[in-house]
Design a protein around this ligand. Sequence first.
Ligand code: CA
Ligand code: CA
Ligand code: CA
Ligand code: CA
Length: 345
Amino acid sequence: MVSKQTLTLLKYAMWVLTGLILILAISSWYQNQSTEQLAGRALNAQERGETPRQFFEAQRVAQGFTALASTHVIFTTPSGKRITRMILFGGPDYDKERYWGYCFTGREEQNKAEGKRGKQLYDGKFFFSKGEVEAQKKRPPSNTDLIGIMRSDDLVQQQKDNLPDSDFDIFKGDETCYLMSNINLPVGLDDDGDTLNNQLERTIGSNPQSEDSDGDTISDAVEVFLMKTSPLSVDSDLDGLRDNIEDVNQNGSIELKDTNPNNPDSDHDGLCDGDGYGGRCPEGVTSPVRGEDLNQNGIVDEGETDPRKADTDANGVDDRDQRWHELQTQPLGNRPYTGNDHYPL
Ligand SMILES: [Ca+2]
Ligand SMILES: [Ca+2]
Ligand SMILES: [Ca+2]
Ligand SMILES: [Ca+2]
């Protein structure tokens, strides 16, 4: 059921939108359609050039929902729940995209009746993604009131300076807001506190009630936002080495002590980083040549080669070629080399 208060706010929303829509630059879908393609059948609202609408009550916001691109979205934030804009709208990757919105005070109609304009008329909270702020900074100057609001708003300067803003970048609950985005946006609360909101977790398939869904000691957020590894697999590149052994300090960059958790052969020598039995190892599972870190502990032990160096002993021959050569000239496990063993150079 839609509450009376929400209906009142929706009424404000509808006429505020008629003004706000002037500054939207995201109707490319419709503009790109050829009229011939649309002939001979009934046109839906989007094809007629009307922007579709979505409404979400607080309960749906708590669970999470997808705000569709180029759609007027009205939502109410759940009572007593504080959440940052960044988390509510899907995190840093989505912040690079273009979305913006406005949270109503309920005073807009009265303000308009009193002849107020600009920031005095729209005295609620505007919010913008970093991508939208960048796009707005590139817009040519305009005398339009609404653009004036956005341009003169302190938020633009603060986001320019990368400063957090408690008023504008935190949603405090019981706020009814308008949202417009140029992409489908996962919106929701963050039940497990890992900074991936519930809807983003649902989309990815991670557990919204666990901050480390795959139990590899790396949080879902670090895997998704920083390391770009799978929050659903302890060994994202299937090379036999766990993600937390590959990127030791879990910072998403491959340093001297690290192997690449997203590449099964970090040093490009043809040998797998781990034991060589992983699904993405270059040598087949039937090959007598295995990988580099055979006991998968992140340390170069006796009898192993270094998965960070293509030529571990610096003798001028890469590890894989050297390993094959050694197998030709010495007993192979519990049987001698027969000459039938392939030596693929
Ligand atoms: Ca979460
Ligand atoms: Ca994890
Ligand atoms: Ca791995
Ligand atoms: Ca290697």
